[in-house]
Design a binder for this molecule. Structure first.
Ligand code: SF4
Length: 406
């Protein structure tokens, strides 16, 4: 990931000189920094790790502003220029530095559509990015701001013939026609639901109408996508733990988003208090909570495990523990060690240490042979340290299974 500081250095060194020399005006680096940095709570890719990344030269932090990465519809990893269009906002979200209730002083910036298109093209030509992730504060009015975001994207697509990846944020409450236009220009669009219910929304963002501003816009996207298509689909983001929501509530919301709105991905962002906001003294949520939700998302979305089975990963208070949910569920459901020569693909997939690839390899290999040692499974990619207690191979099983499971 290229940090904003690095981008600014690049800009100072040479990469943006061409803009000054050409017809385009020079770049306001404070604006570039402020609007890039303001996207750090907007997630467009999963963290996939619980490691805390800190320090100026940190690598691998997906929330960091500047250039981030996402996956296009064909599975390719795309580096993207991630920025807000403006950090002005008329909403009162209790967790956001752009909201009207945030008391910290900040400079308000806004791009001109052509200015943003120029920066994007410069970064693209410099080979730093392949795509654009464009989000925004509401400005004074969601439709006016959305129009200007659309104009920037239209300039990129029609005037400059930019055919790269574009992820556009649909602002809450945006007019239906604007949603349609956004879907013509973008590969992926997203409306952030942020919280699992209207009640949570009234705590976190009292000026937003959960059903009308958020869910109805998601429905617009879904209907248009079914008619006309949307290459990389619709996504959303949930803040984890800002409004006291339980993991089960977040999970329920995730399932609803996939089932009822055809979402391609649901992203999670562990709540972090921002100075000057009404929630500045609220306890930050551990990164592992976000990570465990991503693991659960994987089991639902990729393994197609039913919600009822996944609910076994939660405790009596609807929380996830800091453990792999697959292992927690396996302890509940796999009561007898499985023979890899007999177990079905679905049964194998539920064994910790066996993923889709190794389960397929086992099923394929046993057409011509029988497994008699654990080493043979190891060669097929099974992580024996995790899988051993759940397997019976060559008549042998771990004698301590029951004790180990306690
Ligand atoms: S609508 Fe978005 S930018 Fe505006 S205050 Fe809420 S979270 Fe922040």
């Amino acid at each position: 990931m290229v940090s904003l500081q690095k981008m600014i250095c690049l800009a100072k060194e040479s990469r943006f000189d061409a803009l000054d020399q050409g017809a385009s005006p020079g770049i306001d680096l404070s604006k570039l920094y402020a609007l890039g940095d303001a996207t750090k709570h907007d997630v467009c890719v999963s963290s996939a790790t619980t490691r805390v990344v800190s320090g100026l030269d940190r690598l691998g932090d997906v929330t960091r502003a500047g250039v981030c990465h996402s996956f296009s519809h064909d599975g390719r990893c795309v580096s993207m220029f991630k920025t807000l269009f403006t950090n002005e906002c008329s909403h009162q979200c209790a967790y956001c530095s752009n909201s009207t209730v945030c008391t910290s002083s900040k400079e308000v910036y806004c791009y001109e559509p052509q200015e943003l298109a120029n920066i994007m093209l410069q970064l693209y030509r410099g080979n730093y990015v392949e795509g654009l992730f464009l989000s925004s504060g509401i400005g004074k009015d969601e439709d006016r701001t959305m129009e200007r975001m659309l104009e920037a994207t239209r300039l990129l697509r029609e005037k400059h013939h930019f055919a790269g990846y574009v992820h556009l944020k649909i602002l809450p409450g945006t007019d239906r026609d604007h949603v349609g236009q956004a879907m013509e220009f973008a590969d992926r669009v997203s409306v952030n639901i942020e919280v699992p219910s209207s009640d949570h929304m009234s705590l976190m963002s009292p000026t937003k109408d959960y059903r009308n501003d958020i869910l109805r816009r998601q429905r617009y996207v879904q209907r248009l996508a079914r008619k006309k298509g949307l290459p990389a689909g619709q996504t959303t983001q949930l803040v984890v733990g800002g409004a006291g929501e339980s993991d089960m509530e977040i999970f329920g919301s995730m399932v609803r988003e996939y089932r009822e709105y055809d979402l391609k991905r649901v992203y999670f962002s562990a709540f972090l208090p921002v100075e000057g906001t009404p929630l500045e003294t609220t306890v930050p949520q551990p990164k592992w909570r976000e990570h465990r939700l991503y693991q659960l998302d994987w089991l639902y979305r990729v393994y197609h495990m039913p919600p009822d089975e996944l609910r076994l990963a939660f405790d009596a208070e609807d929380r996830l523990c800091n453990n792999d949910p697959k292992a927690t569920i396996a302890k509940e459901t796999i009561t007898e060690p499985l023979d890899p020569n007999e177990a079905s693909y679905d049964q194998l997939l539920r064994v910790p240490g066996i993923g889709q690839v190794s389960a397929k390899r086992i099923v394929s290999a046993r057409r011509t042979k029988r497994f008699s040692t654990r080493k043979e499974l190891h060669y097929l990619g099974v992580r024996l340290k995790r899988a051993n207690p759940y397997l019976k191979v060559g008549g042998w099983q771990e004698s301590l299974l029951e004790r180990w499971m306690k």
